[in-house]
Design a protein around this ligand. Structure first.
Ligand code: HEC
Ligand code: HEC
Ligand code: HEC
Ligand code: HEC
Ligand code: HEC
Ligand code: HEC
Ligand code: HEC
Ligand code: HEC
Ligand code: HEC
Ligand code: HEC
Length: 323
């Protein structure tokens, strides 16, 4: 706190005494002279000291939805920071005792204590009812590890700036999105929150929908089918073959074919690799194509499912049979 603002505080206190005196003498005068709320309902008891000149940026909360004063559900300073009687009432030139609840790096409050400030109002909506017990809640991540409530621009809710907030703790994912094949997240077109619900989920890995496939189908509907012939790993979990964030192989594949297929199959007759591909095919030279170009996909192009009535159970395209 600057010397100037200390002096200002003394003046504020003096004025408070004067107004209090006036209030005792005549109620009418009090209303006119009482410090006014600046940005939130009932903030005067705090903004008497914490105004723009004292705490730059603090009043920007008035520009957020929390600052919609006509909306009776919005918070006051004390809804989040607590009544903080000792803090407001401190005397002298020493540093005041901390408010009941603080959120910064030096805060002595636990994550649970911080989160109560938010969950009292934000617990039961459809997007956050699974917060308790979620990976983030269980790891003591607090709402304010991601959200900046005093800033007019909350970085985590903007597609372009959101990844930076997450990468602060998830460095490995930054490296994945830097690989040559990646979802256009660094480009600001797909955000982490298009696939994840940071507040909790019934699915694995904080998926936005109840499963990985349902989440992917929200944008890649054509992969849902229905197909006459399904490929089971596709209907089970797209990440059997894809690394959803980014990969070195094209098409976000965990490895290029045939390697990605060898997780579960052998090539046609590949010695020493157990699997379910037949040793020989009607195409005698299948093996000579496997290691070339698109590998298994030279022939099995309908990898996500096939509607081919003619032998389509092999995920082969119709054209294959016209040769
Ligand atoms: C009488 C003046 C005064 C009043 C009234 C006042 N504060 Fe403070 N506040 C201070 C001073 C002085 C500091 C210390 C600033 C510093 O350390 O740089 C401070 C610091 C803070 C901090 C930072 C604490 C930390 O440890 O990071 C918060 C948060 C805060 N006040 C919130 C509030 C809230 C909420 C209210 C109203 C309930 C309030 N203040 C009312 C003077 C006041
Ligand atoms: C919705 C909850 C919430 C409300 C309402 C709120 N604060 Fe805060 N306050 C926070 C959080 C969280 C932080 C930690 C920094 C951040 O996220 O911006 C904080 C930080 C602060 C700080 C420390 C700033 C710093 O840079 O060290 C002060 C001072 C403060 N608040 C005062 C106030 C005052 C005054 C009001 C009322 C005008 C208020 N707060 C309303 C949640 C809130
Ligand atoms: C006293 C109740 C109350 C408290 C406490 C509260 N909020 Fe809110 N919050 C609201 C209301 C009301 C809205 C506006 C909702 C709407 O418009 O649908 C809101 C909106 C928001 C939004 C969306 C803003 C936007 O622009 O759409 C975020 C993010 C948010 N709150 C986070 C928090 C966090 C984090 C905390 C705790 C530090 C918190 N809130 C504490 C009542 C509260
Ligand atoms: C790991 C980061 C993270 C944490 C922790 C987090 N949030 Fe969020 N929050 C987000 C993201 C990302 C969005 C934007 C979601 C979107 O665009 O669908 C968001 C959006 C919101 C919104 C407004 C938009 C909406 O979804 O309706 C509110 C309100 C909110 N969060 C409250 C909270 C509360 C309360 C907590 C703590 C219980 C919390 N958040 C914890 C990342 C987080
Ligand atoms: C296209 C959807 C999608 C997007 C976008 C996405 N993720 Fe994921 N993420 C997934 C899927 C699916 C998994 C689980 C499968 C896996 O781990 O390979 C996952 C797993 C994770 C995990 C857990 C990893 C582990 O090994 O347990 C973290 C952390 C994560 N994502 C963070 C992020 C962050 C941060 C962003 C944004 C920068 C992001 N994700 C964007 C789909 C996505
Ligand atoms: C303050 C640090 C922090 C921030 C910021 C953060 N996370 Fe996390 N996240 C964690 C911790 C800790 C875990 C649990 C331990 C782990 O799996 O690494 C976790 C776990 C996850 C998981 C795996 C869940 C599971 O079931 O295994 C996903 C997905 C995830 N975070 C996504 C995100 C996204 C998306 C964002 C940004 C919107 C984000 N996180 C921001 C700390 C953070
Ligand atoms: C929010 C929409 C969205 C969701 C959800 C989504 N994707 Fe995507 N996906 C995209 C966009 C946009 C592209 C880029 C398309 C382009 O560049 O033409 C893309 C591209 C891809 C690609 C091709 C990458 C390349 O290198 O060409 C694959 C593979 C993919 N997504 C798989 C998945 C998987 C698996 C999931 C679920 C974990 C998923 N997507 C979820 C929007 C989404
Ligand atoms: C058995 C492995 C495998 C599984 C599981 C899988 N894919 Fe793919 N996917 C591939 C291969 C191989 C390619 C490259 C296709 C090519 O080069 O023609 C690909 C390409 C893609 C592409 C980009 C090209 C295109 O066809 O649009 C998208 C998008 C895609 N997959 C989405 C998904 C989704 C969504 C799921 C889950 C529902 C999924 N994949 C599951 C193997 C798989
Ligand atoms: C995670 C395991 C897994 C991976 C990876 C995988 N498959 Fe499969 N595949 C299966 C299973 C299980 C079946 C048989 C069950 C079914 O789909 O009906 C199968 C069946 C097939 C069939 C025969 C379809 C039929 O109906 O007989 C072909 C062709 C095939 N896979 C090709 C591929 C190719 C090419 C790749 C690599 C791009 C691949 N698979 C990757 C598990 C996998
Ligand atoms: C030159 C084309 C070609 C290539 C390359 C190829 N296949 Fe095949 N594959 C076929 C044909 C044709 C069939 C149908 C069975 C037959 O006619 O013998 C088949 C059948 C299959 C089947 C189904 C077996 C069954 O019981 O019906 C699997 C699984 C399979 N291939 C996996 C693979 C995998 C994995 C690779 C890559 C390592 C691969 N194929 C590469 C042409 C090919």
């Amino acid at each position: 706190m600057t010397k100037l603002s200390r002096i200002k505080q003394v003046i504020v206190r003096a004025l408070q005494c004067v107004t209090l005196g006036t209030a005792l003498l005549g109620g009418a005068a009090y209303a006119a002279d009482a410090p006014k709320d600046l940005v939130l309902n009932g903030d005067a008891k705090c903004t008497a000291c914490h105004d723009e000149s004292d705490s730059p940026g603090v009043l920007a909360i008035g520009k957020t939805k929390h600052g919609t004063r006509a909306d009776g559900r919005t918070p006051s300073c004390t809804s989040c920071h607590g009544d903080s009687a000792a803090h407001i009432g401190y005397k002298g030139s020493a540093k005041p005792p901390a408010p009941d609840r603080t959120f910064g790096k030096k805060s002595k409050n636990t994550a649970a204590e911080k989160n109560v400030a938010c969950t009292t109002c934000h617990q039961n909506d459809s997007k956050r009812h699974l917060w308790v017990g979620s990976a983030h809640e269980a790891a003591d991540v607090s709402c304010t590890s991601c959200h900046e409530v005093h800033a007019a621009h909350d970085k985590v809710r903007d597609k372009r700036t959101q990844p930076e907030v997450c990468y602060a703790c998830h460095k490995e994912q930054r490296a994945q999105f830097n690989k040559q094949s990646h979802h256009p997240t660094p480009e600001g077109k797909v955000s982490c929150s298009d696939c994840h619900n940071a507040h909790g989920s019934a699915g694995p890995k904080l998926m936005k929908r109840d499963s990985v496939v349902e989440t992917c189908y929200t944008c890649h509907m054509e992969k849902r089918g229905p197909f006459v012939h399904n490929h089971r790993p596709v209907t089970d979990d797209c990440s059997n073959c894809h690394q959803p964030h980014g990969a070195t192989a094209d098409n976000l594949l965990k490895a290029r074919p045939p390697m990605v297929c060898y997780q579960c199959h052998s090539g046609h007759g590949t010695p020493g690799v157990a699997g379910i591909a037949p040793a020989a095919t009607t195409i005698g030279k299948a093996n000579t194509y496997i290691e070339q170009a698109r590998g298994c996909l030279n022939c099995h192009t309908e990898i996500h499912g096939s509607n081919n009535p003619n032998g389509g159970q092999n995920l082969l395209p119709p054209a294959f049979f016209l040769r």
